[in-house]
Write a protein that binds this ligand. Structure first.
Ligand SMILES: [Zn+2]
Length: 127
């Protein structure tokens, strides 16, 4: 029943051709690392995926983390260390959100740019 359906359905046959091509691509990807790993290493920014989250995504992710982590204990000051582009995005575009957390948790929040940090990295120091 399924076989006859596949034979008569043109769209399914087309999908079959694409998947054949996909298989070829997969073979190429598998061979490449073994050759390249001798002189290259995985990209530290994207872990080899080829794409990284946008600055906005990283900033929003950090704000959520800050909301949760600032709840755990009472602190007078929280220092947030972030890659420069994420730090500047927060300071310029998310001032209101940071102020809200400061008044809700009754603490000061310092956003500090760390030039040596890569996208996705962040550190909170509670003081
Ligand atoms: Zn990369």
């Amino acid at each position: 029943m399924l076989k006859t359906h596949l034979k008569t359905d043109r769209a399914r046959t087309h999908v079959g051709r694409i998947s054949k091509f996909g298989l070829l691509e997969m073979t190429r990807q598998r061979v490449r690392p073994s050759i390249e790993y001798t002189s290259y290493e995985p990209c530290k920014y994207c872990q080899g995926r080829g794409i990284t989250p946008s600055v906005e995504t990283l900033a929003l992710r950090f704000l959520r983390q800050l909301q949760v982590d600032s709840l755990k204990e009472k602190h007078a000051c929280i220092r947030a260390l972030l890659p420069p582009d994420v730090a500047f995005y927060l300071l310029n575009k998310k001032r209101k959100e940071i102020l809200e957390i400061e008044s809700r948790r009754d603490c000061g929040i310092l956003i500090e740019a760390q030039p040596d940090m890569v996208p996705g990295e962040s550190r909170l120091l509670f003081e």
